[in-house]
Design a protein around this ligand. Structure first.
Ligand code: GLU
Ligand code: ZN
Length: 324
C-alpha cells in the first residue's frame, strides 16, 4: 500500500437502464484501483438525464454493486438533489462570459456542422450563436435554448492512467459544448444541467482524486478539464479503460442479448464467477476462476488490462451457467 495523499475514487452509475457486464468491469477497476492504494470510493447516482431515467434503476444499481461486493464510503450523492450547485457553477461561468445561450435546433446544428471528427462521430457545433452575450439570456424567456461553453480551438493534452499522454482538440471534438440543456419550459432556464457540468461540480465537491471510466468518455475529458480550470477546481487524475464489446465489436448493448447484472443474478449466476471472468479479462487472473472483489486487491494492476476491448462471447456466459 502506498502512503501519501488520500486517494478517492468513485462509482457513478446512470440509472438510465440496468447495469450490465460492461459496467461491472469498469466499476470493478475503479473500485480496485482506489482500494489497492488504501483509498476511498464514493458513490454518485447520475440521474439528471431525466427523459431517459428508468424507475427502479437506482435501487437495482445499488443491489448490483452490493452483489459484486463493491462497497463505498459515506453517503451516496444523487445529482437530482444538487441542482443548486450546478446552477451556481453555471452562473459563475455566465458572469465571466465563458458560456452563452444557443437557440439552434438539432437540425440547424446538423446542417451547419463541419464533418465530425472521424473517430469521435460527434457533430462540431458551428458557433452560430457564439456572438451572444450571456446577458442576452433575458431576451430568451420562452424560447428554447441551451447554454454552451466557449471552447478553445487548441489541442489539449492530459496524462491518462492507462493510455499515457492523450492529445485531443476539444474545438474539433464537438466544439462549444452544452453545459445546460435545452429548456422547453416557459422559464428562461429550466433546471437541466448537462452531464459535462454536473460531473465536474460533483467530482470536485466529493473530493474525487481519480476518475476511472470507460474509454468512450475520452472525448469528454478535455472538456471537463476546461471546466475544472475555469471554475478554479482541482483536476482529478483520469484513467480510461477499454470497454466490453459484443462479438460484432460494438459496445455491449441489448442486441448482444441480456447481459444485465440483475438478469444474471436472477438466473443464479454467482457474483464470484462473474468477477472471475472479469478479472481474467483484465489480466489479473490466469483463469476465469471464482473470486471475490476484495481478493483481487493485491493482484490489481491497471496496466495488465489488454489494450483491446474485451469481446464477451456466449461461451463466456455459458461457463458461468448462463445462456443468452
Ligand atoms: N454516469 C456515467 C455512465 O454511467 C459515467 C460518467 C463518468 O464516469 O464520468 O456512463
Ligand atoms: Zn446556436
Amino acid at each position: 500500500m502506498k502512503s501519501g495523499p488520500m486517494i478517492r475514487g468513485r462509482l457513478a452509475p446512470s440509472p438510465t437502464g440496468a447495469q450490465h457486464v460492461g459496467n461491472a468491469r469498469t466499476y470493478l477497476a475503479a473500485w480496485l484501483s482506489s482500494r489497492a492504494q488504501g483509498g476511498e470510493v464514493v458513490l454518485r447516482i447520475e440521474d439528471i438525464d431525466s427523459p431517459r431515467i428508468k424507475v427502479g434503476a437506482t435501487s437495482l444499481a445499488l443491489e448490483d454493486l452490493s452483489w459484486l461486493g463493491l462497497d463505498w464510503d459515506g453517503e451516496m450523492v444523487v445529482q437530482s438533489k444538487r441542482l443548486n450547485h450546478y446552477r451556481q457553477a453555471l452562473d459563475f461561468l455566465l458572469e465571466r462570459e465563458l458560456a452563452y445561450p444557443c437557440t439552434c435546433t438539432r437540425s440547424e446544428v446538423q446542417q451547419l456542422a463541419s464533418a465530425p471528427h472521424e473517430d469521435l462521430g460527434e457533430l462540431v457545433y458551428p458557433g452560430t450563436c457564439s456572438g451572444r452575450k450571456s446577458s442576452s439570456l433575458k431576451e430568451l424567456v420562452g424560447k428554447p435554448h441551451c447554454l454552451r461553453f466557449r471552447t478553445p480551438r487548441t489541442p489539449m493534452t492530459f496524462n491518462d492512467g492507462f493510455h499515457n499522454w492523450v492529445t485531443l482538440n476539444p474545438g474539433e471534438a464537438g466544439g462549444d459544448f452544452a453545459i445546460w440543456r435545452a429548456s422547453p419550459g416557459p422559464e428562461s432556464l429550466s433546471e437541466m444541467p448537462a452531464y459535462q457540468l454536473a460531473v465536474v461540480v460533483d467530482d470536485a465537491s466529493q473530493g474525487v482524486t481519480e476518475v476511472i471510466r470507460g474509454e468512450d468518455l475520452i472525448p469528454s475529458t478535455p472538456r471537463q478539464i476546461l471546466l475544472y480550470q475555469n471554475l478554479n477546481l482541482q483536476v482529478p487524475a483520469f484513467t480510461h479503460i477499454p470497454l466490453v464489446v459484443g462479438p460484432d465489436g460494438r459496445r455491449l448493448a441489448k442486441r448482444h442479448g441480456d447481459t444485465r447484472l440483475h438478469s444474471l443474478r436472477d438466473k443464479g449466476v454467482k457474483a464470484e464467477a462473474l468477477l472471475g471472468l472479469l478479472a481474467w479479462s483484465c489480466g489479473w487472473l490466469e483463469k476465469p476462476a471464482p473470486v471475490q472483489a476484495k481478493d483481487l486487491i493485491p493482484v490489481f494492476k491497471i496496466q495488465s488490462i489488454p489494450r483491446e476491448p474485451f469481446v464477451l462471447r456466449q461461451k463466456h456466459l455459458e461457463d458461468l451457467g448462463y445462456s443468452l
